[in-house]
Design a protein around this ligand. Structure first.
Ligand code: SF4
Ligand code: SF4
Length: 172
């Protein structure tokens, strides 16, 4: 299966319908900070330029906000495509934005373990594993003083159900 067909199959999105109107890029909040606009990712997929796609920061920086999908006249959900591209890149060992990948992993593992996010634990874990110990310390301290970073993690009643969701996802 070629690159374009694999992206289509995994994302279940009609990538061939993109006609470069750029409505997605005009609404994308992170486009100005990334190395590709969302419409450019679509065009590169259509052209089969997998190396340029996998080596782009955009597929990692996409927040999955779905603004682009809501604006697309052809109903293409680009966030689904970005998720598929991240999965494919991980499988190929091409992880351009390692810290974003690490953050995603820690976020999901925290939810899996506790049934919810515990921000302080998650950030401590991220800082230890990334080695990025000092950035955002002033912001973290301000949040702690305002009670936004509780030290103890309150449990959730449906913790087992959350774990079952992860098990189902891992089973495919
Ligand atoms: S889902 Fe991703 S590409 Fe689409 S608007 Fe949001 S950040 Fe941009
Ligand atoms: S809004 Fe849809 S059709 Fe227009 S450029 Fe973006 S993905 Fe392509």
């Amino acid at each position: 299966m070629g690159f374009r067909e694999e992206v289509k199959a995994r994302s279940k999105q009609p990538v061939e319908l993109c006609f470069q109107c750029q409505k997605c890029a005009a609404g994308c909040l992170i486009a100005e900070h990334a190395d590709l606009y969302p419409n450019q990712v679509l065009r590169l997929i259509q052209l089969g330029e997998q190396d340029r796609v996998f080596n782009s920061s955009m597929i990692w920086m996409c927040s999955g906000c779905e603004t682009c999908g809501a604006r697309c006249p052809n109903g293409i959900k680009i966030s689904e495509i970005m998720d598929a591209l991240k999965e494919m890149a991980i499988e190929r060992g091409i992880i351009k934005e390692k810290k974003i990948h690490l953050f995603n992993d820690i976020f999901l593992n925290t939810v899996k373990s506790h049934g919810r996010i515990h921000e302080a634990m998650m950030m401590a874990n991220y800082k230890m594993k990334s080695g990025d110990l000092l950035s955002d310390m002033d912001l973290g301290w301000k949040m702690f003083l305002k009670g936004k970073l509780p030290i103890f993690c309150r449990g959730v009643r449906a913790k087992d159900e959350v774990k079952q969701i992860f098990d189902k996802c891992n089973a495919g």
